[in-house]
Design a protein around this ligand. Structure first.
Ligand code: HEM
Length: 94
């Protein structure tokens, strides 16, 4: 889950510079999502906030990147640190 959330943070963050590289990377990424059977087009529309990339996309991905995903990852990080401490840490004797 932490790896998946980190990858999602990387992808959503990549749009934020709002340059040509970001615009086309997100266009390609969301087009690929659109090909998922049954709900692919709905997911694509929800993520773009429109039929194609635009201002709504930037706002949505900004909120995902700085609010929603960090909130979720902090919960999983807390569980992770708790587990590490519970099992005796990572630097015990071999
Ligand atoms: C594991 C955590 C995170 C990862 C992997 C990540 C990844 C990224 C990446 C790859 C970019 C694009 C940078 C670029 O190409 O210039 C970016 C931009 C950005 N990130 Fe994150 N991010 C993380 C956490 C956060 C958090 C917690 C915040 C704020 C609460 C944040 C705020 C921003 C902002 C404002 C930008 C746009 C500024 C820029 O493009 O330099 N990020 N992030």
């Amino acid at each position: 889950m932490l790896l998946l959330l980190t990858l999602l943070l990387s992808f959503t963050g990549y749009l934020l510079p709002w340059d040509q590289l970001a615009l086309w990377a997100v266009t390609v990424g969301t087009n690929m999502m659109g090909y998922t059977p049954v709900f692919g087009n709905d997911v694509k529309f929800a993520l773009l906030g429109s039929k194609e990339i635009g201002n709504d996309t930037l706002l949505r991905w900004y909120v995902l990147h700085v609010l929603l995903l960090p909130f979720v990852i902090v919960i999983f990080m807390a569980v992770h640190f708790w587990r590490v401490r519970k099992d005796g840490g990572i630097s015990g004797p071999l």
